[in-house]
Design a protein around this ligand. Structure first.
Ligand SMILES: Cc1cc2nc3c(=O)[nH]c(=O)nc-3n(C[C@H](O)[C@H](O)[C@H](O)COP(=O)(O)OP(=O)(O)OC[C@H]3O[C@@H](n4cnc5c(N)ncnc54)[C@H](O)[C@@H]3O)c2cc1C
Length: 397
């Protein structure tokens, strides 16, 4: 008799786990709460799917912030299922990838719809049953597992792999309602928070009116952490990759604040030199002489300065107090989820043999740049291996 595996959640994590387990001969059924799988995967591809990153494995693994997982675990997982494996997988499905100069790896065709279609065809050909409109609402961790759904009849499985996603973009199905199902089972879950999200700032009108304008080639510092990148002025505050990557630091601050270096390639002395002969209108003179874009100019013009040295120092360390992050529902991803302490290194829940977790529903976070999807695919592969090994220990397998 073929062992029955239930995958809960039809995002990239669940689909990938279903692909691996069905290819290894398991009777695999995927249950998805909404009308179709891969909703967030399609949303992620809307502006070009950044599937993974080409940076070396050591520094790649360091991108994952997961305090409740054992140190070094991402390095081991990524070595078993690497960014190159993921690129090969996409290529085999007819969607080759390309690496940009900044390391980000995109699908050549940019959108993810064709890849998702080919993927679902592969799953069908491997015999995966996908049951949509099946929201798991109850789980009895006996053997076999009893699965209860919102409106559908109960089902059962020898092993269950949950891949229900995080808490951002709930319109895609990732609404984190599954936390109400797992908490009563005693599984520790850290509340979700917005990650890779915009932050709110009380802009003066002159800056707010420049919503949509970038701050290019800046260096952004929060606490002891600093990185180069780009920001975008919005009506409510700021967005941008450099800000997203500093999210964990900002969330840990009592009063979140940033310092922006608007001219990172120039020391203060060089900026002051360029101000020679200026006698007043320090911000607008500086904007002209230092060739600042409209957003950087508006920032400088929003404050008063007492001379060339003052404005140069201000441009090198423009301080901003942040009101707080944008709401979780708008964030690209979420921090929080099932605590790593509840899982073993194969992603099986401690004390609940046969129940596995993977993807964004686990308490880890990573910046944008392809690390999120890679984390989902890699953890899916690790959990799928775990399911296979665990089932092989059952009598009669
Ligand atoms: C706008 C946007 C752009 C993004 N772009 C990128 C990018 O370019 N690169 C990148 O690396 N990452 C990107 N991401 C992040 C990436 O899409 C997510 O990290 C990834 O989709 C998470 O995969 P997952 O399978 O773990 O969860 P999800 O994709 O969230 O899927 C979870 C699934 O589980 C289902 N589900 C939930 N509860 C239940 C239940 N009780 N029963 C049954 N089913 C359930 C949900 O309906 C959903 O379909 C982006 C995200 C957003 C919002």
């Amino acid at each position: 008799m073929r062992r029955r595996v239930a995958i809960i959640g039809g995002g990239p994590t669940g689909l990938y786990a279903a692909e691996i387990l069905s290819s290894r001969g398991f009777n695999t059924t995927l249950f998805e709460a909404t009308r179709f799988p891969g909703h967030k995967f399609l949303a992620a591809g809307a502006g070009g799917l950044n599937l993974t990153n080409s940076e070396p494995l050591e520094s790649f693994a360091a991108r994952y912030n997961s305090p409740s997982l054992p140190p070094g675990v991402w390095r081991n997982w990524l070595a078993k299922h690497s960014p190159d494996d993921l690129r090969r997988w996409a290529e085999e499905l007819g969607s080759p990838t390309m690496a940009k100069r900044n390391g980000r790896v995109y699908l050549r065709e940019r959108k993810s719809s064709r890849l998702l279609r080919a993927w679902l065809e592969r799953l069908a050909s491997q015999g995966v049953t996908i049951k949509t409109r099946h929201r798991l609402t109850g789980l009895c961790p006996s053997r076999p597992f009893r699965l209860e759904f919102e409106t559908q009849p109960v089902d059962s499985a020898d092993a269950v792999l949950m891949a229900c996603g995080g808490g951002s973009w709930p319109q895609t199905g990732s609404d984190a309602r599954w936390t109400g199902l797992l908490r009563p089972l005693g599984i520790p879950i850290r509340n979700f928070e917005a990650a890779n999200c915009g932050w709110e700032i009380d802009w003066p009108d002159g800056v707010r009116s420049l919503a949509g304008q970038p701050l290019k080639n800046v260096r952004v510092t929060a606490g002891a952490h600093s990185l180069a990148g780009e920001l975008m002025i919005t009506g409510y505050g700021l967005e941008g990759g450099a800000l997203y990557a500093l999210g964990p630091i900002l969330r840990a601050m009592d009063q979140p604040a940033l310092t922006i270096d608007l001219k990172p390639a120039h020391p203060v002395s060089r900026l002051v030199e360029k101000m020679e002969s200026a006698r007043k209108n320090w911000a607008s003179e500086a904007a002209e002489r230092w060739r600042l874009g409209p957003a950087a100019r508006a920032l400088l013009e929003s404050r008063s300065w007492q001379g060339a040295m003052d404005v140069a120092r201000g441009a090198k360390a423009f301080h901003l107090t942040l009101r707080g992050p944008r709401p979780l529902r708008e964030a690209i991803s979420s921090a929080g989820g099932v605590c790593g302490t509840a899982l073993n290194d194969r992603l099986m829940v401690n004390g609940m043999p046969g129940l596995f977790m993977a993807g964004e529903m686990i308490d880890w976070e990573a910046p944008t740049g392809g690390y999120l999807l890679q984390g989902c695919f890699t953890s899916a592969a690790i959990a799928a291996d775990g399911v296979e090994d665990w089932i092989s220990t059952l009598s009669g397998s």
